[in-house]
Ligand binder design. Structure first.
Ligand code: 5RP
Length: 230
């Protein structure tokens, strides 16, 4: 199977956990989009669900394909979120935010009773950190926030380039109007400690370490889809 087929396979298996009447968090990225396409087929066939999208991009696709949408204001408690990831470790801690939607993704996942991550096996790692960690930051004080991240990370023995994410020659702007710094720290042995350090910096809005949020992962490979429970 090629990469696109593996994403569809993971999405297909995750869809078997969706039942009539569910309130769903709907993730962002190419794997989540594969899920939206399959979900839309089931909705067209009569499945009744309501979805809270984690990005404007996902919202637009859901609208185009006829998946009914709500907001966290109207529907603040969700049954299940299905989303992709950039990296997944054996405890189902994740790096997310490669698509820039980490803040809404984390808010939606935290509002859900369960989160199922969908991915192909290339996303599974022993220790998180090969994929640069996305850190969503306020535009105000960008340089000061960057320095504070460097200092905090260094206290944990972590260092490496912090790169302002760009779209062409302009900084990438998230759906919430913020910037993203991609932190290439390499292996992050203590994700909880780094999470605490980042959350203590006022200019950091959120980071892409998802710890204790995923309840299961559907990992697709040529041998089929494996379900890993947290
Ligand atoms: C978006 C994300 C995505 O879930 C993550 O980047 C994986 O994307 P893809 O399924 O395209 O590999 O966190 O913010």
């Amino acid at each position: 199977m090629d990469a696109a087929q593996l994403k569809i396979e993971a999405a297909r298996v995750a869809l078997t956990h969706v039942s009539d009447g569910m309130k769903l968090g709907i993730g962002t990225g190419s794997t989540a989009e594969a899920f939206v396409r399959l979900l839309a087929e089931r909705v067209a066939g009569g499945l009744s669900v309501i979805g809270v999208p984690t990005s404007e991009r996902t919202a637009a696709l859901c609208r185009e394909l006829g998946v009914p949408l709500s907001t966290l204001e109207e529907t603040p408690e969700l049954d299940l979120t299905i989303d992709g990831a950039d990296e997944i470790d054996p405890e189902l801690s994740l790096i997310k935010g490669g698509g820039g939607a980490l803040l809404r993704e984390k808010i939606v996942a935290a509002a859900s009773e369960r989160m199922i991550v969908i991915a192909d096996r290339s996303k599974v790692v022993d220790v998180l950190g090969k994929f640069p960690l996305p850190i969503e930051v306020n535009r105000f004080g960008l340089r000061a926030t960057e320095i504070a991240i460097r200092v905090g990370a260094a206290e944990l023995g972590l260092s490496g380039p912090l790169t302002l994410r760009m779209t062409g020659d302009q900084p990438f702007v998230t759906d919430n109007g913020h910037f993203i710094l991609d932190a290439s720290f390499g292996r992050i042995p203590d994700t909880r400690a780094l999470s605490n350090v980042l959350h203590a910096i006022p200019g950091v809005v959120e980071h892409g370490l998802f710890i204790g949020l995923a309840s299961a992962a559907v990992i697709a490979s040529d041998g089929g889809a494996e379900i890993i429970h947290a």
